[in-house]
Design a protein around this ligand. Structure first.
Ligand code: FAD
Length: 398
């Protein structure tokens, strides 16, 4: 438990650091994809230097070992200072780091974790055109072959919806190494070099013009057996560690960023002269309470996880709550701001940093799908937490 004096001191320290170091005018400066990527890398490296990039990592890492209360302060202050979210590095610092720390060998941790702090970026290659909600149906095939300098897996297939893969150096890759028996039992988890021969990345253009995610085509790509996490055909359990981080840890950061950014909605209310509008104030009150409850749920998740008592479905509750509140946040901003504010939102949580309430609202729907759709999270809660009957296999909608 960190005492209040220490927390107040940290808040002051972060504010002072941000006043000197937070990037200014970054939305206007990021006109091209190259500028976006360069600005993201610079900001991440600056945060590493300042000691605020990885507060959730263990204490042996510079800037790690922060208590839960300290992490929250850092995320809130980063949002209040309108700093860009780390879109390029969140898969590295959350998904990849958690997977490596929980499931990888000592040698793999030593090989990959330091690279993350130097700006090496990771993407997640799980989903396929026929395997999203039903991830275990994945078909991307890996065949083990012998080489004089060490065995490799030769991988062929396609991945899709891989966030920021066009900028990634490495990939958390799920492949099929066995097609007999239960489908979960034939999956292997690999760490793939995105620059390897046979990897082709094609960004997908979205309705609002951005290219947040990509297709990845793999054509006889060789991945060293030394880059397998866990045992062959036991990758499903490793993938659960990645998904728990995605659904729980990432959204804890996002929930606290959202709380830090409530002041933007308040500012919007003032700018539009709506301070005396009781209906608007009521809606703002409801939103504030919901954001607080999302943070409290994320807190509980993290505390349980830190105490080793994470329950099946806990991360799903965090994700469901966050995606609902995010939409309410963007919708309220959109309603108050109207057309005038389309290009003025000071921050976005939809992962695009558009500075546009409409785009943020549209993109808030992405969070009801990313990391497993809301319907699938509800199934997980019903089946694994509440012990309700499993849905019938191969159901068909009449
Ligand atoms: C912004 C964003 C970022 C993403 N980033 C990545 C990434 O980096 N790496 C990666 O691997 N993937 C990523 N994804 C993919 C994501 O994990 C999948 O989109 C998601 O799991 C849903 O799979 P699907 O798109 O194939 O939809 P489907 O599985 O085809 O689902 C279609 C619809 O059917 C519903 N449905 C499916 N099964 C059931 C069921 N059993 N009961 C009730 N309803 C059901 C779903 O809820 C959904 O509404 C990302 C997605 C988004 C939106």
């Amino acid at each position: 438990m960190t005492d209040q004096t220490t927390l107040d001191a940290l808040r002051t320290e972060v504010r002072i650091w941000l006043a000197a170091n937070a990037p200014k005018g970054w939305r206007q400066a990021e006109q091209t994809h190259e500028q976006f990527a360069a600005a993201q890398r610079d900001w991440f490296l600056k945060l590493v230097e300042g000691g605020y990039a990885i507060p959730h990592w263990p204490a042996e890492w510079p800037g790690g070992g922060r208590s839960l209360a300290e992490q929250k302060i850092i995320y809130e202050e980063l949002a209040k200072a309108d700093t860009p979210r780390l879109l390029l590095s969140f898969v590295s610092t959350f998904h990849a780091a958690s997977t490596l720390m929980e499931c990888a060998s000592e040698e793999q941790r030593a090989r990959y974790l330091p690279g993350i702090l130097k700006g090496e970026t990771w993407c997640q290659g799980f989903s396929e055109p026929g395997a999203g909600s039903d991830l275990a149906a994945l078909k991307c095939r890996a065949v083990r072959e012998t080489r004089a300098d060490g065995d490799v897996y030769v991988v062929s297939g396609q991945k899709i919806w891989s966030t920021m893969a066009q900028y990634a150096d490495k990939c958390l890759l799920l492949v099929r190494t066995n097609s007999d028996g239960v489908k979960q039992a034939g999956i292997t988890f690999l760490l793939m070099d995105m620059k390897a021969k046979g990897v082709t990345v094609r960004p997908i253009q979205q309705i609002q013009g951005d290219e947040e995610f990509c297709e990845i085509f793999l054509d006889d790509v060789e991945v060293s057996v030394a880059d397998r996490v866990g045992e062959e055909n036991k990758g499903w359990a490793v993938a659960q560690a990645t998904l728990s981080s995605e659904r729980g840890l990432t959204l804890m950061e996002l929930s606290y960023r959202m709380r830090g950014a409530l002041s933007y909605v308040a500012e919007l209310i003032r700018r539009h002269g709506r301070e005396a509008d009781t209906e608007v104030l009521r809606q703002f009150g409801v939103l504030s309470a919901r954001v607080d409850s999302a943070c409290a749920i994320a807190d509980q998740f993290l505390e349980n996880r830190m105490n080793g008592i994470e329950g099946l479905g806990d991360a799903s509750i965090v994700k469901l709550t966050y995606s609902r509140v995010l939409r309410e946040y963007a919708l309220l901003g959109l309603k108050i701001g109207g057309l005038d504010e389309q290009y003025r939102a000071p921050i976005t949580f939809g992962d695009l940093n558009t500075g546009n309430w409409m785009a943020d609202y549209m993109n808030s729907y992405a969070w009801t799908i990313a990391g497993g759709s809301d319907e699938v999270q509800r199934n997980i809660i019903a089946e694994r937490m509440l012990d309700m009957p499993r849905e019938p296999k191969n159901w068909v909608v009449a």
